[in-house]
Design a binder for this molecule. Sequence first.
Ligand SMILES: Nc1nc2c(ncn2[C@@H]2O[C@H](COP(=O)(O)OP(=O)(O)OP(=O)(O)O)[C@@H](O)[C@H]2O)c(=O)[nH]1
Ligand SMILES: [Mg+2]
Length: 449
Amino acid sequence: MEQQQHHLKIVVVGLGQCGGNFADEFARLGYRAIALNTSTTDLKDLTAVPKDFRVHIGLSGRNGAGKDRRLGQKSVLSNRDKILERVKTLSRGADVLLLAGGMGGGTGSNLGDLVNLLAPSGLPVACLVTIPTESESGITKVNAIYGLNNIIRSKLASLIIVDNNKILKIFPDASIADFYSKANQLVARTLAEFNSTNDEQKSISIRSFDSEDFRKVFLSGGVTVFGAASVKVDGGITEDAIFSRLKHIWDSSGLLAEGFDYTTASLAAVIFYAPADVLERSSANIMEKLNQSIKKITQGAAVYTGIYQMKEPGPVKIFTMLGRLSLPNRIINLMSQAAIEGQHLAQKVKQRMPTLDLTEIESMEFFFEDTPAFDDKASMANKQNNLMAYLKDPDKEVRKRAVAALGEKADPKTSSVVISLLNDPDEEVRMEAAKALRRISAAAEGTVQ
Ligand SMILES: Nc1nc2c(ncn2[C@@H]2O[C@H](COP(=O)(O)OP(=O)(O)OP(=O)(O)O)[C@@H](O)[C@H]2O)c(=O)[nH]1
Ligand SMILES: [Mg+2]
């Protein structure tokens, strides 16, 4: 079924939760798909990817990578053979591997390693990635930049960048439950429509956009942007109306990251589906003019066009794709956010828990041992010294307790010190000293009171 309907037989390989969700979405559209994840929980949640192709690549005893890019990378690399075997089994006779992953996650950010692993198999490798929203954390943004950079450095046939920041702009009423699924559906369906061959039941080819054209534009070796629009046309189509529509699709690019320098594009595709009456009223030189405008804005891109006459009346449908663009401005903006927020977070992580300054309280002691716990002469001497210091302490409570402790020891050698406390300015201390002295004398006489 897939073979007749699609220009290119694309096999989708999702990495991490986001990648798996995209794989699931493409599987629902009839594509062959495989999901690789460090998390068994995420794999269980998939519904359309066949169970045999939900591959757990976790390190033993771990579930997920917890945003730790290095842990995710270890998981990918140490499961190399398992991944190669599963992808090879699924991709027999395929034209392209489309690897999908969320830049920012500990697992998905290693998509570049997966490209390097799968590129030697001989199939061209395209990537579909998401970049995080503004509100996501510094660590996510730093992971995303590392992940993107690795992908750009790998042997890549195409890069599609979905900007999650745009989901709420396009779906302002999205709920928490369908936030991602709406976005994934829109991206997967638009790409799948582009990849669908003309349905001869519904339209007649006037100028055909064939599979080789799609292959050239889609696998052009740079960033790819694509989109579709329906235009209600009264009368014929005009070059101005179509060109401004194309420009709008490229500028806003739906959910894809925006801010492209169009002069970097080297390939462009424009395909129309229009009812017979609209085509009859449209001048033949529109396509010439349109080609000129596209060449001008892209400074010479090769333009591939397709025109189809729809058998049923309806609005004009336009599909367009630009290939081999350089990175859009949105990535520069993400880089600077990652640098600022990432640095701040890294500093926080480096900081140790501050210790408390105890200098003001470290000499305080509130309880005295009645008897030394063990026979340690040094410690005893120390305690004795402390006791002598406490007898001179400005706090009468401390002096009182110290003299009471001497009374309890009832050591005749301390009698002279205790006697000196009989002159203490505080009456309670003097009384405690008197009591201690009685105990010391009693002990000296051999009777303890
Ligand atoms: N568009 C879209 N973006 C997603 C989806 N799921 C996650 N994301 C984005 O992808 C980033 C990475 O998240 P995950 O895919 O959950 O991360 P992971 O690759 O599983 O990595 P760990 O959970 O750290 O192992 C997030 O920061 C989101 O921005 C999804 O289904 N669709
Ligand atoms: Mg995950």
